[in-house]
Design a protein around this ligand. Structure first.
Ligand code: NAP
Length: 371
């Protein structure tokens, strides 16, 4: 009798834990952790509990994660003004993977769905075997893409979509994208092309042919050609190079045109748009007007963009990819164990597309565990 009571007691505890997903706490995963901001770009791999699931979250088993310049900027404490992360921090901003569990409020996705996403700004962590992520941040990726191809897309494709939205660009208009030979250009150029824009771009000369194949109409080798002597009256500029390049970029922009920078100085308009706190707004109002002043000379507008997660916009990206069968440019793939080499590779430059981390590279979509 005594044993029977204990058995039922243990069974009921087990069922309660299962119902509320606490069993995940008993399972561990490998994750890339930043313990200390550092200029060398060093992170560590640790065993930590698999994340718990909120009612609006899905648990994703990660297959591949994209490595971006942003990851190095986070490690070097260069984005602290925009997103101040508490340490220790699980690193990683974008991923592809398979849904293994869904929260009680999730009806849009099911177990086994192949999804991708840019992690929400306040809760990154894609360099890990599992993530728990809000359903609003993810989308199903097109069937014709593999997991590794899908992992190249979310962060840079969303950046491009959010930049095109800010521009309010229309089909037939011309956009100059500086540094289009990297992982951002590999998304922005084909997406921009499929939306009907004319694309001029600059970048590293050895990538000319690949970038023209992506759909660019015009290419300038930034080491040997000065685009600002040739281009003029461009409708929009999408800058990835930063403040040192802005003078030339404003020069080629038409009167009244818009310049969106991914790397320049944030300005007061950015502070208002993303709702920074009063103190940070004040700092940008006092010290962040340099590029606005440059823009005002020709009635142009300057915007700074910091890409945010957006599942609906990503679903739109999936449709654009599906319709146009856009291909992805993969530069190099590293094992999770070699994350520090992957970060160094991105830091060194010479990018030919996306650097990826292989987390569960089996590419087996039926690899779904039951808990
Ligand atoms: N704010 C945001 O939300 C956001 C989002 C996405 C990206 N970004 C930023 O955008 C930048 C590009 O990202 P990415 O992922 O494409 O980087 P990436 O893969 O490293 O590519 C950068 C490319 O630009 C080329 N380049 C370097 N200097 C140049 C210059 N003066 N003129 C023209 N091309 C030049 C590089 O060529 P070589 O290395 O061969 O010289 C490389 O091919 C990064 O700084 C990243 O942080 C920001």
């Amino acid at each position: 009798m005594k044993y029977k009571i204990n058995y039922y007691f243990i069974l009921s505890i087990f069922l309660i834990l299962k119902k509320y997903h606490f069993l995940y706490l008993l399972r561990y995963m490998r994750a890339v952790i930043l313990n200390k901001y550092n200029k060398e770009g060093k992170v560590e791999i640790k065993q930590i509990p698999i994340p718990t699931l909120g009612i609006n979250d899905v648990l994703v088993k990660i297959k591949y994660a994209g490595v971006n310049p942003l990851d190095n900027m986070i490690i070097r404490e260069e984005v602290k003004f925009i997103v101040p992360y508490d340490l220790p921090l699980i690193m990683g901003n974008e991923f592809s993977g398979v849904i293994e569990k869904i929260g009680n409020n999730v009806t849009e996705f099911k177990i086994g769905d192949k999804v991708y996403g840019r992690m929400p700004l306040k809760k990154i962590g894609a360099f890990a075997e599992y993530i728990s992520i809000d359903k609003e941040a993810i989308a199903i990726f097109p069937d014709y893409l593999s997991f590794k191809e899908a992992a190249c897309i979310p962060l840079t494709a969303l950046t491009a979509m959010q930049a095109f939205d800010l521009m309010e660009a229309k089909s037939g208009e011309r956009i100059f994208i500086s540094g289009g030979t990297g992982s951002f250009g590999a998304m922005a150029i084909p997406i921009g092309k499929s939306l009907g824009f004319k694309i001029s771009t600059s970048g590293s000369g050895s990538n000319r042919d690949r970038v023209m194949k992506l759909g660019a109409d015009e290419f300038f080798d930034y080491r040997n050609q000065d685009y600002s002597e040739i281009l003029h009256d461009v409708d929009y500029v999408l800058d990835t190079v930063g403040d040192k390049e802005l003078e030339k970029e404003f020069k080629i922009l038409k009167n009244g045109g818009k310049l969106i920078s991914l790397k320049g100085m944030p300005n007061p308009e950015f502070a208002d748009r993303i709702g920074l706190g009063c103190f940070k707004k004040l700092i940008l109002k006092c010290f962040g007007r340099g590029n606005d002043n440059m823009a005002e000379k020709k009635n142009q507008r300057y915007y700074f963009l910091f890409v945010e997660s957006n599942g609906k916009q990503l679903a739109q990206v999936s449709r654009i990819f599906e319709e146009n069968k856009i291909e992805c440019s993969i530069d190099e793939i590293f094992d999770l164990n070699n994350v520090n080499q992957a970060l160094q590779k991105v830091l060194k430059g010479g990018s030919k597309g996306k650097t990826l981390l292989k987390i569960d590279g089996t590419d087996d979509e039926n690899n779904v565990f039951e808990y």
